[in-house]
Design a binder for this molecule. Structure first.
Ligand SMILES: [Zn+2]
Length: 299
């Protein structure tokens, strides 16, 4: 495609092709990238991060992220139809975690220490995956592309929409790879939507949604302790505040029935499958090519 064609020529086409309905909330958003392209860029950034960051082989950390992440991946189900789930633990004191399109999730050991319970870890992983299923990064990139195109009609658009390195731009838009790339903070509305969706995923996976409140209270304390010093990476992309905690407190009663139902279901499957693989804390089914640990379907 001729990249010199006036960008405005593309806009009607883009407007037609780019409407996305966010799962769980039903919000309509404008996303000009196909899920397949997003998944491919996510996989590319993830591979880069895995090759450059220090991967943890601590079996306790690895097993924990695999267990919690796997259950959330199952709860996400068709909200991310293109997912090929991979979970990685990065060895770093940074309080940080991210998810990328295609179902690529990274958690730093610094965050694992802060999120003491699996319920709290589920809050973080659920929240990060929610940014992906809601396609927040792609939405932001699309907004930037449209604004750029409108502001400078005639500049290159097609063929090179997002600059010279799209994969890096996507990683930045999803807040991934802070040590390698310049990451962008999520907007307040994206944060709020990811909190809500993530809490639903965690609850459906059988994790207590009330842990979202205790986790973000901890993050708020971290922020205070950081004072004028370096803010933890996760907080530079995920600002915590009293409004967020108040919103979560309001949403918990709505989400609790999902958690109670999931707990009952897991209880029944434990009783029904006595002697077989337990459903609670058991090996999760996490898609086709898990990268960390052993095959999750194996006992
Ligand atoms: Zn977020």
């Amino acid at each position: 495609m001729n990249s010199r064609l006036p960008a405005l020529l593309f806009l009607p086409l883009l407007a037609l092709s780019g409407c996305y309905t966010v799962p769980e909330t039903g919000r309509k958003s404008l996303v000009l990238v196909s899920p397949a392209e997003e998944a491919q860029l996510g996989a590319q950034s993830f591979a880069e991060l895995r090759s450059k960051e220090r991967i943890s082989n601590d079996p306790v950390h690895v097993e924990r992220v695999r267990r919690v992440g796997g259950r959330i991946a199952t709860a996400v189900g068709d909200d991310l139809p293109s997912a090929r789930w991979e979970f990685a633990v990065f060895e770093s004191p940074d309080v940080n975690a991210f998810a990328l399109p295609g179902g690529k999730v990274g958690v730093y050991t610094g965050l694992l220490r802060l999120a003491e319970s699996d319920d709290e870890l589920a809050t973080v992983i659920g929240h990060e995956i929610a940014h992906v299923t809601a396609r927040h990064g792609a939405e932001r990139m699309s907004e930037a592309a449209v604004l750029g195109a409108v502001g400078a009609a005639g500049t290159a658009y097609a063929g090179n929409r997002f600059g010279s390195d799209k994969a890096q731009a996507f990683a930045a838009a999803y807040g991934a790879g802070a040590t390698l790339f310049r990451v962008l903070p999520h907007s307040r509305s994206n944060e709020s939507e990811a909190d809500y969706i993530g809490m639903r995923y965690a609850a459906r996976a059988g994790y207590d949604p009330r842990a979202a409140i205790t986790f973000w209270q901890k993050m708020a304390r971290q922020k205070q302790q950081a004072g004028g010093g370096a803010t933890p990476v996760f907080l530079s992309t995920h600002p915590s505040d009293t409004q967020r905690i108040a919103d979560l407190q309001q949403q918990v009663p709505e989400v609790m029935p999902l958690y109670e139902e999931a707990s009952r279901r897991m209880q029944r499957s434990v009783i029904g499958a006595e002697g077989e693989a337990p459903a609670i804390g058991g090996p999760p089914v996490i898609g086709r090519d898990p990268v960390i640990g052993t095959d999750p379907r194996r006992d």
